[in-house]
Design a protein around this ligand. Structure first.
Ligand code: B12
Length: 210
């Protein structure tokens, strides 16, 4: 098995020590940190997702895998954010009300930071008003909404409506994402953009501010 496969396997097995050791040896071996994430850590978490869906893994195990994944992420993060890139602008990011998933959002944040954006992370279960306040306070150019549940896609729509009512959408672009979200849904609710993954999210933000 390749290092990438071993790393994915360690995430699947919630083997924090394994993730730590393999990630360390890959970093020391000069492997591109973005590849460590995209070809090792994320594929591992994807398998966890499939098994969870099939009922072969349960919530506590999924959380342990998520924890193992974040051990690796924390190790590569400083390497990606390295280099004093000029700020491209400010992005406010959060997972919408009722939704506690944040692994994907955190990955998007990491990619945005590495692309030179300043990111204000509002965390999870974020009420619409908090987004409004943060955009005003930080003079953000972009707001990113994340949702992982079909039920909280409705909260995403409601959040966008609040941003519109408060006049915030006149000066910021709203982008949306998360596993159940699609370009079609983004168009339907009138978002300015959608991206299927963290790398595409960084591209999207670059395009929106240029
Ligand atoms: C990990 C996980 C959990 C963890 C979350 C831990 C955490 N800190 O995030 C825990 C165990 C807590 C959890 C809880 C629940 N979960 Co859950 N969970 C998952 C799982 C397995 C993986 C999600 C994940 O992290 N994926 C990896 C990341 C990297 O991918 P991602 O989030 O999609 O993000 C990427 C893109 O979507 C995009 N992106 C994400 N956000 C944004 C934002 C913007 C602006 C942009 C541009 C892009 C973008 O970029 C990211 C990086 O590439 C998924 C299954 C799946 N395959 O999605 C189920 C899943 C999302 N959960 C599900 C469910 C049902 C639940 C619970 C209701 C379970 C329960 N009965 O208690 C609760 C809900 C809690 C709540 N109120 O939120 C369902 C949702 C079903 C549905 N259609 O609504 C899923 C799909 C599993 C399933 N098939 O049943 N879950």
């Amino acid at each position: 098995m390749s290092d990438f496969q071993n790393l994915a396997q360690a995430v699947i097995g919630a083997n924090q020590q394994g993730v730590k050791e393999i990630t360390r040896s890959m970093i020391d071996g000069g492997v591109d940190p973005v590849r460590i994430i995209n070809e090792g850590l994320i594929p591992g978490m994807n398998v966890v997702g499939v098994r969870f869906k099939a009922g072969d893994m349960f919530v506590p195990e999924v959380m342990m895998s998520a924890k193992a994944m974040s051990v690796g992420i924390e190790m590569v993060k400083p390497l990606i954010a390295e280099g004093d890139m000029p700020s491209q602008g400010t992005v406010v990011m959060g997972t919408v009300k009722g939704d506690l998933h944040d692994i994907g959002k955190n990955l998007v944040i990491m990619m945005l930071e590495s692309a030179g954006f300043k990111v204000i992370d509002l965390g999870v279960d974020v009420p619409a008003d908090t987004f409004v306040k943060a955009v005003k306070e930080h003079r953000a150019q972009i707001v990113g909404l994340s949702a992982l549940l079909t039920t909280t896609m409705l909260a995403m729509k409601a959040t966008l409506e609040t941003l519109r009512q408060e006049g915030v959408t006149d000066r910021v672009k709203v982008i949306v994402g998360g596993a159940p979200v699609s370009q079609e849904f983004a168009d339907q609710i009138g978002a300015d953009g959608y991206a299927p993954d963290a790398a595409a999210a960084a591209e999207l933000c670059r395009a929106l501010v240029s």
